[in-house]
Design a protein around this ligand. Structure first.
Ligand SMILES: C[S@@+](CC[C@H](N)C(=O)[O-])C[C@H]1O[C@@H](n2cnc3c(N)ncnc32)[C@H](O)[C@@H]1O
Length: 227
């Protein structure tokens, strides 16, 4: 059975496409993805583009699965790295077609680490960007920050758990308004910015979009466990 490739296209700047991604995209008969994801790769695709929307993604993926069964080469594009906070898409592809190969890409998380000079092994990562289990993920975020032993990276959830709302909820959870947090927005893209704030300041900033990663540096040993 021919594998259907789920290919990571990187964090936005096409220079972060891997050589493997490029080859698979060029060779593919069908390439599917959400419009913003396809925008990164459009110029390299020779086959047919299948634009997925939240409403019709199941049909789009069924079309790809049918083509893969006929032996055509099919690619589903995922933003960043398919193994980072893209579980719902990957599961949907697996439900449509049983033979899936994940092709790693450069995650926005890796770029975030590079921008703030943090090592992944010294960090924890919590994604609030999920339909289910958002409350548990928020509790994990609060727990990780309370311990303060590791740097913490968090993806907000569009559009009910955006950066300012996360800050407000942490303040309501008795976190200090002086807790430092950096908002990394539009990494590798035009208009990229890194804004260093306190939690109290972030709670009053509603100007950040959904393409953001929050970075909470680990706490000095003396301050750990205080929240
Ligand atoms: C559904 S997740 C997918 C993440 C993707 N698989 C990855 O590896 O980057 C989407 C979230 O990732 C974060 N993100 C992705 N690309 C980003 C970028 N260029 N700049 C800032 N945040 C980004 C944002 O929090 C966004 O809401």
């Amino acid at each position: 059975m021919r594998p259907l490739h789920v290919v990571g296209v990187g964090p936005g700047d096409p220079e972060f496409l891997t050589l493997k991604a490029l080859r698979l995209l060029r060779e593919a008969d069908l390439v599917a993805g959400f419009a913003t994801v396809l925008d990164v790769v459009r110029g390299h695709v020779r086959g047919q583009l299948v634009t997925l929307t939240y409403r019709d993604q199941e049909q789009g993926l069924a079309r790809l699965a049918e083509a893969a069964r006929r032996g055509e080469r099919c690619v589903v594009c995922a933003w960043g790295d398919p193994s980072v906070s893209a579980g719902e898409l990957v599961a949907r592809v697996r439900r449509a077609y049983p033979c899936v190969e994940i092709v790693s890409g450069v995650s926005s998380l890796a770029v975030a680490c590079a921008r703030v000079g943090a090592a992944m092994e010294e960090s924890l990562f919590v994604s609030l960007h999920r339909r289910e289990g958002g409350e548990e993920a928020f509790a994990e975020l609060a727990e990780a920050l309370r311990r303060g032993q590791r740097h913490v990276f968090a993806f907000p959830r569009p559009y009910d758990l955006m950066p300012a709302e996360i800050a407000r909820r942490l303040l309501a959870d008795a976190f200090s308004p002086t807790l430092p947090v950096t908002v990394l927005e539009r990494l590798t893209l035009e208009g990229e910015r890194a804004v260093a704030l306190t939690l109290g300041e972030l709670a009053r900033r509603d100007d950040f979009g959904d393409l953001t990663v929050l970075f909470f540096p680990r706490q000095p040993e003396a301050e750990r466990g205080r929240g």
